[in-house]
Structure formats: C-alpha cells, structure tokens
Design a protein around this ligand. Structure first.
Ligand code: FE
Length: 255
C-alpha cells in the first residue's frame, strides 16, 4: 500500500519530532501493509517552510536509517504546500516540490476555514504548467463544508482531491465522516491518505479507512483509491469520474 501524505520526516514540522519518532512511524506504517510513504512536510503554512532541497536531503537520510534497521518502507519526497500567490514561480525556482518529484502532481493545502479568492486562477496557472493540483483534506475545510459547490467547481476544472484516512474512520467526528463519504459518493475525491503526524493521536489508520470504504462503497472503490495513489508516484493518469454536486437535501442531512 502507498501512503501519499505523511509528516514522517524528523524535526521539520509538527510531525515526527526526531528520528526515533520517524522510525516508530515507519514501523506502524509497515504493520498496516504500507510499503511506500510520500513524505509531505508543511511548506509556507505560516509556521514551517520546507523547500525541495531540504526535503530531499532528509528523505535520503531517513531511507538510509530504515534500510539499516531493516524496516521495509521506502520514503519518497513530497511536500504539503499551503496555497500562496507565488506557487508557480516557486515551482519554477525549484522550491515547491511535486509528489515523488515527477513534475506531475502536487499537494495544495487551503487554510482550514477559507478558500482564497485567487484559488481558481492559481489552480488554472498550475495546470498550465502541466501540473495537476491535489487539494488535501477538503473534508476538514469549514468553508467547503458550508458550500461544497466551491469544491465541485475546482474538481470540475481539473483539480483532484485527497481525503484523510482518519476522517473516514470518524476520528474527526461524525460530521466530517459523513461529509467525506459524500465526497466519495459524488466523485469529488480521488485519494485516501493518512496525513499521519505521529503514532498516537494522528496515526495512519489506512487499514481501518479502507475497511470503512469497502463497507460503504465496495471493494472496487478501495482498488480505485489504491491504484490512483500508484498512478501519482509513477506520474501516470489517475482515474476520475465526472463530479456531481452534493445536493442541498444531502447537505441538510449532514448537519
Ligand atoms: Fe498534512
């Protein structure tokens, strides 16, 4: 299994504090059948700045240790960049990093309670550079929960999205769990990833999340998510169905 979103690199954001934490996380991942992890430290989120070069160095450092310790998990470079006006320029300058450095898919994080006005234009500009933006955890954005058509519009214009495993398992509450299922039902999300920060309160839960997806939508949906994760790291096309709007009636059902 591949985990596309994880704060496993030591000492550079609010994920693993040190190498011991990173090793512990890798062991947990391995026990859930995760063999490949894309390390996606925060970038420009107001607290942490992690540019491509630093991430790549930390990734090779961690991979060496995991080989030494015989933990069968491979770390690939990635980044969770908060949306900012100069994203395209920073990508061209080699500071913004695509997932597995393939120059194809990249993570875009919104502030937790808003979607900036320039989002649509910026996502368009990224796509004009041949990049596919993946909006991370839209199910935890309060603006999108209020007005899911915002997300529908962005997906309709070519963005992909990733829901967090622990949202599907209910660890962020019933409301977020139901909304995550609506996103799947309406073809508004394309990946499930852990966004793990540690092994305690922000763990992996990928196995539990896929069990939940299987129960709710059947095993084919699980395969679809897993194959899409593989497509990302191999820079291939992802599978997507035309998005549908979440109906008002359904929204009222959520709250
Ligand atoms: Fe994250």
């Amino acid at each position: 299994m591949i985990d596309l979103h994880c704060h496993i690199l030591p000492g550079i954001d609010d994920g693993a504090k040190d190498i011991e934490d990173s090793i512990e996380m890798a062991k947990h991942a391995s026990s859930q059948g995760i063999r490949t992890i894309v390390a996606t430290p925060h970038h420009r989120n107001g607290k942490y700045t992690n540019e491509k070069k630093d991430i790549e160095e930390k990734v090779s450092f961690l991979n060496k240790i995991l080989i030494d310790k015989q933990i069968p998990v491979t770390i690939l470079p990635g980044q969770e960049s908060r949306i900012f006006g100069e994203m395209v320029e920073e990508y061209k300058n080699g500071k913004v990093l695509t997932l597995n450095n393939t120059h194809k898919y990249l993570f875009v994080e919104f502030p937790s309670s808003q979607v900036p006005r320039y989002t649509e234009q910026l996502l368009f500009n990224l796509q004009s550079e041949g990049l596919t933006p993946i909006i991370v955890h839209p199910e935890r954005n309060s603006r999108i929960m209020e007005e899911p058509d915002i997300l529908y519009n962005l997906v309709n214009k070519g963005a992909l999205t990733q829901v967090t495993a622990s949202s599907l398992t209910g660890h962020f509450g019933k409301k977020i769990q139901k909304f995550s299922n609506k996103l799947i039902e309406c073809n508004l999300t394309h990946f499930v990833a852990s966004d793990a920060h540690n092994v305690t309160n922000r763990g992996f839960l990928m196995d539990q999340a896929f069990d939940a997806v299987e129960q709710e939508f059947g095993i084919d949906m699980v395969y679809l998510f897993q194959e899409n994760a593989e497509a990302v790291i191999e820079a291939k096309m992802c599978f997507k169905e035309p998005p549908e709007k979440i109906k008002r009636k359904k929204i009222l059902g959520i709250f």
